[in-house]
Design a binder for this molecule. Structure first.
Ligand code: N01
Length: 515
């Protein structure tokens, strides 16, 4: 047990830093970035609980062949920990994980991480301003501030195809790759044609005997134009960090400039994206029948735009088949499609995505008056600027509702959230606040504005993981990243109910009634 986590009585009137314990849940990009900013601010009274046995989140888990980032390396890194040594314009997963391991060591963050600890319940005590967290090992931890950095796309989603357990061969999900299984010379199926599939398909195709890709919906794919950074280039970035900053800024502003093509519901803009993608398809696939099958029939940007230099070309290989007949069921020897054909395989790869972590609380969370976050989110996950939820004081979410970008690096959003959270922590500590709780009217106004924009966004025009079952979008931010950052990076006390230690505890309802 880490020393600075003590019983809740200790926090009646915190004065010293050690009386201000902070818990970060999750040691992925968000949790690590938050910890570094706490370190920079001289705040060391934090603990990171990580349910796995290593840091890295997405980049620890996604190790399938070809796993890489589809955001340029210079943009997909923390602005306060830039890396001149990326070997490619788009980093492979292992290199990003190496980068994260490196900064964790540099900042000696491991001293603050407890591995193998899952939080399964959190409860707020309004009297003391303390969160009590129940750990999977039966222990409890307490914290004045909790930062939920659990990520939005973490737990693999398996399709509800009948007979999925009946298959007698090898199965794996892209996010849980089994490196002990050798695909050399095997008949392999890949189910799914999303961002993971476009990376794994070209990577395994040359190794397997035959690859069949089961496509339910074709995707818009644009060229990646990936390339190596030469040693000379990397040396230049090492010697002149300004060049690295310029490269990062250029990539960021280009993505902002072209972003509206990806997120606006503007057919003329979408048509530009579609033209680029169709030209790419023509250059990669000569067979017109195959091209037809690979051409999407939904508006560009509606589902996640895919980026690849070699996905479509893979279907021209002799040992690769694109199967568009819908899957009927999985059987012992393979996959039967609706037309009755049984396709036999040695292995099935599920490139079928993730459970949307944002749809619910990551574990039961009870705020003021014992209200549960799942109840608060019954009609969809909402939070003020994607970070704070009224009635759940001192609880901050990184990569929360409506903060995902379809067009740029998610880390731009995450860094703004880290700054906001840090601002709140400093305010609480400096002014000895018991809690800060975002005002319900402020949260509602913010989310009304977010949802009012959605009809102008392209995402409502097709099915994707972006949308809840009722068709509402609680995952993506409807606008440019710079606008979100400008609005989110400062903690504005006027948006919050800031309660001092000596003030009587009142419920949100009483506050509203009094007002
Ligand atoms: O998952 P997806 P993903 N029968 O949900 C298909 C991030 N990411 O792992 O489109 C047949 O996009 C489904 O078909 P359909 C990124 O944010 C980032 O690829 O629903 N098919 C779809 O084709 C991304 O958006 C990087 O008709 C079934 C596929 O499975 C997110 O992760 C790299 C099916 C799922 O696609 C998820 O990407 C990789 C069924 N029953 C991922 N059920 C970066 O580079 C599902 N499908 C940063």
């Amino acid at each position: 047990m880490i020393e600075h986590l003590q019983d809740s009585e200790t926090y009646a009137a915190p004065r010293r830093e050690t009386d201000f314990p902070i818990v970060i849940v999750g040691a992925g990009f968000g949790g690590i970035g938050m910890a570094i900013q706490l370190e920079k601010a001289g705040i060391r009274s934090y603990t990171i609980f990580e349910r796995a046995d290593e840091i890295g989140g997405t980049w620890r888990d996604n190790t399938y062949p070809g796993a890489a980032c589809d955001v340029p390396s210079h943009a997909y890194s923390l602005s306060f920990e830039q890396n001149p040594d990326w070997t490619r314009k788009f980093s492979p997963s292992s290199e990003i994980q190496g980068y994260l391991l490196g900064i964790v060591d540099k900042w000696k963050l491991r001293d603050h991480i407890e591995f193998g600890v899952e939080i399964d319940e959190a409860r707020f005590d309004e009297e003391t301003g303390v969160w009590t967290l129940h750990r999977s090992d039966g222990e409890t931890a307490t914290a004045r501030v909790v930062i939920s950095a659990v990520g939005g796309l973490v737990d693999p989603s398996l399709p509800d195809i009948p007979g999925i357990d009946a298959f007698e061969g090898h199965t794996c999900h892209t996010a849980r790759w089994d490196h002990d299984y050798d695909m050399e010379g095997k008949r392999v199926a890949v189910i799914g044609t999303g961002a993971s599939a476009v990376q794994v398909v070209p990577s395994i195709a040359p190794r397997v005997k035959h690859l069949t890709v089961f496509q339910r919906t074709p995707a818009w794919v644009v060229p990646k134009r990936d390339a190596e950074y030469s040693e000379a280039e990397r040396q230049r970035y090492r010697r002149f960090p300004l060049l690295l900053n310029l490269s990062r800024a250029f990539k960021y502003w280009m993505s902002e400039l072209f972003g509206p093509i990806v997120y606006l519901n503007a057919p003329r803009l979408s048509a530009r994206g579609e033209r680029i993608s169709l030209a790419h398809l023509r250059s990669q696939v000569k067979d017109p029948v195959l091209r037809e099958k690979l051409t999407p029939d939904f508006q560009f940007g509606c589902k996640r735009m895919l980026i690849s230099d070699d996905y479509w070309a893979t279907f021209e290989r002799e040992n690769v088949t694109l199967e568009c007949d819908p899957i009927e069921q999985i059987e012992g020897r393979g996959i039967r499609t609706k037309n009755g054909t049984l396709h036999e395989f040695d292995a099935i790869v599920f490139a079928t995505g993730f459970e949307l972590g944002l749809a619910n609380a990551p574990f039961p969370i009870y705020g003021r008056d014992g209200r549960s976050l799942n109840d608060a989110w019954a009609a969809g996950a909402v939070a003020y600027k994607g970070m704070t939820v009224s009635g759940f004081p001192n609880w901050f979410i990184l990569m929360g509702p409506n903060t995902g970008p379809g067009h740029t690096s998610v880390l731009v959003f995450t860094e703004a959230q880290i700054q906001h959270t840090l601002g709140a922590i400093k305010k609480m500590r400096d002014e000895n606040l018991r809690y800060v709780d975002v005002r319900q009217d402020v949260q509602d106004h913010y989310n009304d504005r977010i949802q009012a924009r959605m009809p102008h966004m392209v995402w409502g025009n097709c099915n994707s993981w972006y949308l809840n079952d009722d068709g509402t979008n609680h995952s993506l931010y409807p606008g440019p990243a710079f606008e979100y950052v400008a609005g989110a990076c400062h903690f504005e006390a006027r948006d919050y109910e800031c309660v001092k230690f000596d003030a009587p505890a009142t419920s949100a309802d009483e506050e509203t009634a009094a007002a």
